[in-house]
Design a protein around this ligand. Structure first.
Ligand SMILES: NC(=O)c1ccc[n+]([C@@H]2O[C@H](COP(=O)([O-])OP(=O)(O)OC[C@H]3O[C@@H](n4cnc5c(N)ncnc54)[C@H](O)[C@@H]3O)[C@@H](O)[C@H]2O)c1
Length: 351
């Protein structure tokens, strides 16, 4: 399969490098980069310098019969127009996240692809993050008992990067940028419907879009799940904190540092301590022999799993890993979060 990348910015260039590595390792479902198109001549020049063909226009890609697929790595408001044109030209499509600016727009994109008989898959790549897969294994294994609460955080200190991510009309803001990943991971991990949701946005930097979000989700099965995205945090909190009835697990960062603590007896602290200006037994450290420490049961994803699945799905050999219903459900959750934040309410809906 020959694939053209539209948008050769940060993510487009990342895809170019990783697709080339994928091509070196996977002979079963190969993908070759046909070239790129970027509206910015400087980015076209950068692509040429990296040894890639730079198409002069998207129309050139539509007309190139050797191109079977396109990858849309343009700002979020450009996803839909390119998806419609690519579908009409009969190209299979990888679309960057967030798929669109609204769930209604996303539905139209899927409908256009279905009409044209092409594959449309959204790049929800963080389903293959090792930290996420490790948390899922911890939850499924029962090593910390029954998991009842998960906190999933990304905490950066660089504000909102770039120009278009600060613009509402271009689909900017951190809920759409990072929230979409963390909520997608949540729905891959927790079974059953969402019962209610509450969201607060932060506007520390005074931009027209959120520079962070804090979404609390309650599931019908009793699970509480919290998604936090922050761009104004200069001392990081753990990437993951997982609470079970018999222990707690922490993944501190993408380097997979952290660990698992499993309790052996319910009665942990025999002695109280002076804490601040008072006494506590409740919050005193547990006795060492009342718990066990384990390393994280690290799971490594199959390298390039998304590209391989896309190419295999185009060949009819696999089902696309990222399904339309899943993408639309995440979008409906984000829209419920936007409503919650705008009206300062708990949205009580089955989602
Ligand atoms: N899945 C991930 O891990 C991940 C990570 C980063 C970004 N993304 C997504 O990738 C997309 C691009 O993000 P980015 O960080 O690369 O942004 P970017 O600003 O670095 O790059 C966007 C590129 O698109 C070009 N462009 C803008 N309008 C265009 C048009 N109409 N036609 C052709 N080219 C155009 C720009 O010149 C720029 O080079 C976004 O949808 C973003 O959410 C995904």
């Amino acid at each position: 399969m020959r694939l053209a990348i539209i948008g050769y910015g940060g993510m487009g260039a990342y895809h170019a490098i990783h697709l080339q590595k994928y091509a070196e390792t996977c002979k079963e479902y190969p993908i070759e980069i046909a070239g790129i198109y970027d509206i910015d001549p400087a980015r076209a020049e950068a692509a040429r310098a990296a040894g890639l063909l730079a198409y002069a226009s998207a129309e050139e890609i539509w007309a190139d019969k050797s191109v079977g697929a396109v990858l849309l790595a343009v700002p979020n408001d450009c996803h839909a127009p390119y998806a419609f044109a690519a579908a009409e030209a009969g190209k299979n499509i990888i679309c960057e996240k967030p798929v669109a600016l609204s769930s209604a727009e996303a539905e139209k994109m899927y409908a256009a692809a279905e009409r044209a008989g092409v594959l449309f898959e959204v790049h929800q790549n963080r389903r293959w993050d090792d930290d996420f897969l490790t948390v899922r294994k911890i939850a499924e294994s029962g090593i910390i008992g029954s998991v009842y609460k998960i906190e999933s955080r990304v905490t950066g200190g660089n504000g909102i990067p770039g120009g278009w991510r600060k613009k509402k009309a271009q689909g900017g803001g951190m809920l759409l940028d990072w929230g979409v990943h963390l909520l997608d991971q949540m729905l891959q991990m927790v079974e059953g419907p969402v019962e209610s949701l509450y969201c607060e946005f932060s506007h520390i930097y005074g931009e027209e879009v959120d520079d962070g979000c804090d979404v609390s989700v309650h599931f019908e099965n009793g699970m509480n799940y919290r998604v936090v995205v922050s761009t104004d945090c200069f001392r990081s909190l753990p990437r993951w904190q997982v609470y079970g009835t018999e222990g707690t697990a922490t993944i501190s960062d993408w380097d997979l540092s952290g660990g698992v603590t499993r309790i052996l007896t319910k009665d942990g602290a025999k002695q109280g301590i002076k804490a601040g200006n008072g006494y506590t037994r409740t919050m005193a450290p547990r006795e060492g022999d009342s718990m066990q420490e384990f390393p994280l049961p690290v799971v490594h994803a199959e390298p390039f799993a998304f590209y391989k699945n896309f190419a295999a799905a185009c060949a009819g050999a696999e089902k696309p890993a990222v399904q339309k219903a899943e993408v639309l459900r995440v979008f409906r959750l984000m829209e419920a979060a936007q409503r919650s934040a705008a009206e300062n309410i708990v949205v009580k809906e089955k989602l």
